[in-house]
Design a binder for this molecule. Structure first.
Ligand code: ADP
Ligand code: 5GP
Length: 197
């Protein structure tokens, strides 16, 4: 059986991570998207258990105490974490797993599971990032500014990632992400094990 791989998608808020992830999932039902837990309130249209598990601060701390998270981090006033159970279950089924998480969480996962593939998604410019984040209309201006500042601070960390994708058009970014995922399954350590000798 093909082995499942974990792909981490990171990048500044508003760059289009959710958009490209939705496209990848729509075209490949075998991909597993890890639904994170968060203490931030749902945006209009976001469903509990689909986009996030929306938890109170107490529930979030309970999940930490129960060691339910593969990683967790704070992001602009809220907490976010990846439940370990579903990721492991999907990997055991040979499915690829997508994590849409921020950079501290990505570092924690990389330390625990060195074979994860980390992909940084960047905007074509900071001006365009600002337009997208404001255009999405989900945060007030203070939060937009905090999210932009955080994105700029973390940009230099992208040099340690495995791949760097510029989301200029969604089609092109998605094509590159698919190419990366395909190439990662062509590594000798995985492919050689599939040959009947
Ligand atoms: P993130 O998940 O990274 O915070 P979203 O996927 O919510 O970002 O995208 C932020 C906004 O930018 C949304 O309104 C989305 O429709 C828009 N968007 C995403 N990708 C592009 C693109 N390539 N060109 C223009 N707008 C985009
Ligand atoms: P948003 O509030 O816009 O949905 O997400 C804010 C940031 O939190 C994004 O960078 C997103 O990738 C990140 N994030 C979402 N889920 C998780 C998670 O489980 N863990 C970590 N560390 N970050 C997450």
């Amino acid at each position: 059986m093909r082995k499942g791989k974990t792909f981490i998608i990171c990048g500044p808020s508003g760059v289009g991570k959710g958009t490209v992830v939705a496209r990848l999932l729509a075209s490949d039902p075998s991909l597993y998207f890890s639904v994170s837990a968060t203490t931030r309130p749902p945006r209009p249209g976001e469903e509990d258990g689909v986009h996030y598990h929306f938890l109170s601060m107490e529930q979030f701390e309970q999940w930490i105490a129960e060691d339910q998270f593969l990683e967790h981090a704070q992001f602009v006033g809220n907490r976010y974490g990846t439940p370990r159970l579903y990721v492991d279950r999907a990997m055991a089924q040979g499915r690829d797993v997508l994590l849409d998480i921020e950079i501290q969480g990505a570092e924690q996962v990389k330390r625990k599971r060195p074979d994860v593939v980390r992909i940084y998604v960047a905007p074509p410019s900071w001006a365009e990032l600002e337009r997208r984040l404001i255009g999405r209309g989900t945060e007030d201006m203070e939060k937009v500014r905090s999210r932009l500042a955080r994105g700029r601070e973390e940009f230099s960390a992208a040099k340690d990632f495995d791949y760097f994708v510029i989301n200029d058009t969604v089609d092109r970014a998605v094509e590159e992400l698919r190419a990366i995922m395909t190439a990662e399954h062509c590594r000798p350590e995985e492919r050689m094990a599939l040959i009947d000798r």
